[in-house]
Design a protein around this ligand. Structure first.
Ligand SMILES: [Zn+2]
Length: 196
């Protein structure tokens, strides 16, 4: 193999009257490499958002490709014309309510209807209890370790644990002195389940 993956290509572009150097096309859209696009005319969706703008229904005019070292892969980012971008619509109480409703639906079990604190898997949106009672729990699920299996403690182990957990008789020094701890600042209110 020889030559570049995306060779230089001089062509007409929507953001300039002159022909500009590009990297050809990617799936029908003009391709740009790192540092070649005009920062004042083109922006990604997140760059628009930083300016308080949104694409506003326009199609991307170009695609920027670069290599992300952290993700260890090639990234393709859509570029939009800043001139055609529109301001972000402000959040209204109705929009907040709709957003809350949509996010709550992700946390609601479709079988029992309970709304928890964590998002349920997208595939089924079913809580673990319903999966288990319905026999739909994955055979490799970690929950089987808690729900079934052979006991790991023998009767003697249980008796030993019971004896050690009992308070020591008066006059005998306890083997472990508990150290008082400062009360936790996290009260776990956000972990409580909300029943819809
Ligand atoms: Zn459920």
């Amino acid at each position: 193999m020889s030559g570049r993956q995306f060779p230089w290509d001089l062509r007409a572009v929507p953001w300039s009257d002159c022909r500009e150097f590009t990297r050809g096309t990617w799936e029908g859209t003009i391709l740009l490499s790192w540092g070649t696009g005009p920062h004042t005319l083109l922006a990604t969706k997140r760059q628009l958002r930083k300016r308080g703008l949104r694409p506003g229904g326009q199609d991307p005019v170009a695609v920027l490709y670069f290599r992300c070292r952290r993700a260890a892969k090639q990234v393709f980012a859509n570029l939009y014309l800043i001139a055609l971008a529109r301001p972000v619509r402000p959040m209204t109480p109705a929009r907040w309510a709709a957003l809350d409703k949509a996010m709550a639906a992700r946390r609601t079990c479709r079988t029992c209807g309970e709304t928890g604190y964590a998002e349920l898997p997208k595939a089924h949106r079913t809580c673990e209890a319903c999966l288990y009672s319905g026999g739909r729990l994955d055979p490799d699920s970690y929950l089987h370790d808690f729900l079934t299996g052979t006991p790991t403690f023998t009767a003697d182990d249980h008796a030993d644990l019971d004896r050690r957990s009992r308070p020591a008789p008066a006059g005998v020094l306890a083997p472990v002195v508990p150290i008082p701890r400062a009360p936790s600042r996290v009260d776990g209110a956000h972990l409580r389940k909300v029943v819809a």
